[in-house]
Design a protein. Structure first.
Length: 354
């Protein structure tokens, strides 16, 4: 028996019988209330017998009112694994390109921390609906520990994130090489890489940097998990994540250049040279520990489930309706009925960010 947290978009008009069906029924749908209206019965029907064997995403689903296409085509499949990996690759590349690029060519208006924040905001909005919007191995680990992402999907996500960061850093290195000599290019890239001791602007030791990165990444992961939880405001989630990243990088930058993301540190260290590669281990260990603790805290607090006693819980704990989406936290241990057998469930679309 497995507990699955899933999010499915409610298809407008799902409460109406499809293809001429009368929708007559003498039984009561699981989770429906006596005297419930057609919409309540349709919601219960969508939830009945649904199973999510491998949740992969993280980002909160887009509310029906904010979607360009609120009625997906019947039988529309979720994004494939390669599509989700491609989204993570593109989103991480955008994030790292924006952050490192503003660090190299900073003005008085935009600095590196704000560049990373704006890059994350753009990446989550553009690609979060495909992959769930991780773009950070530490966030992926937090999502796995919190039960929001399947472990089998995490490896592909992390590989895509690292490749995206390497690509972005490589493009910036190529741009600089057209303007500067190799020694000056390495010096510029070293200035926006992460490090401690001699590679730290404040000469901070590795223990200080380890603590700072651990705490900051744990806070960032908690913001990501909290803002994308079923009861959170899905519209404001990208803004919350971007703001958290920007101000946390502002705090950590004087110590180590600000990382909170092992993929970002890897991309910069590879093009910066051996002095930064030798310190890269810390910028994997500290953020991953922060993500691990955040995931454990989120899971221990029970924030995956809707609040007990809400109106949706009275519907036999079948699920919750929030912002135009249905959140299902039921325990499925019976035979799953064919969705096509129920007109109200036929064509219901599962959001990949469940």
């Amino acid at each position: 028996m497995t507990e699955n947290v899933r999010t499915s978009a409610v298809r407008p008009g799902a409460e109406e019988p499809a293809h001429g069906s009368t929708g007559a029924s003498t039984g009561t749908l699981p989770g429906s209330r006596p005297g419930a209206g057609p919409e309540d019965r349709a919601d219960a029907a969508v939830l009945a017998g649904r199973r999510d064997s491998e949740p992969t995403g993280l980002a909160a689903p887009v509310p029906a009112a904010a979607r360009k296409d609120p009625a997906p085509a019947t039988g529309q499949d979720d994004p494939s694994a390669p599509a989700r990996w491609a989204a993570e690759f593109a989103g991480t590349a955008l994030l790292v390109f924006a952050g490192l690029g503003t660090g190299m060519f900073a003005t008085e208006v935009i600095d590196s921390a704000l560049g990373f924040g704006l890059g994350l905001l753009a990446a989550v909005v553009a690609f979060g609906h495909v992959s769930g919007g991780h773009f950070n191995p530490a966030v992926t680990l937090a999502a796995v520990v919190a039960g929001r992402t399947a472990p089998g999907s995490a490896i592909g996500y992390v590989v895509a994130q690292v490749l995206g960061a390497l690509t972005a850093a490589g493009v910036l290195w190529a741009v600089l090489m057209t303007l500067l000599d190799s020694a000056t290019t390495a010096q510029v890239i070293g200035g926006i890489s992460n490090g401690f001791g001699a590679n730290s602007a404040s000469q901070a030791g590795w223990t200080t940097v380890l603590l700072v990165e651990f705490v900051a990444t744990a806070l960032l992961a908690l913001v990501v998990l909290g803002s994308t939880a079923p009861r959170a405001n899905a519209v404001l989630a990208p803004v919350a994540m971007a703001a958290a990243l920007a101000f946390l990088l502002t705090v950590t930058a004087p110590f180590d250049g600000g990382s909170l993301n092992p993929a970002r540190s890897t991309g910069a260290a590879v093009v910066a040279g051996s002095s930064h590669l030798g310190q890269l281990w810390l910028f994997w260990v500290a953020p991953l520990l922060g993500g691990l603790v955040a995931g454990l805290a989120h899971r221990a607090a029970g924030l995956r489930r809707p609040r007990a006693g809400t109106a949706a819980d009275t519907a036999a704990h079948a699920g919750t309706v929030h912002a135009g989406t249905v959140h299902d936290d039921t325990v499925q241990d019976g035979t799953v009925q064919d969705p096509s057998a129920d007109p109200a469930r036929r064509g219901a679309h599962r959001d990949p960010s469940a």
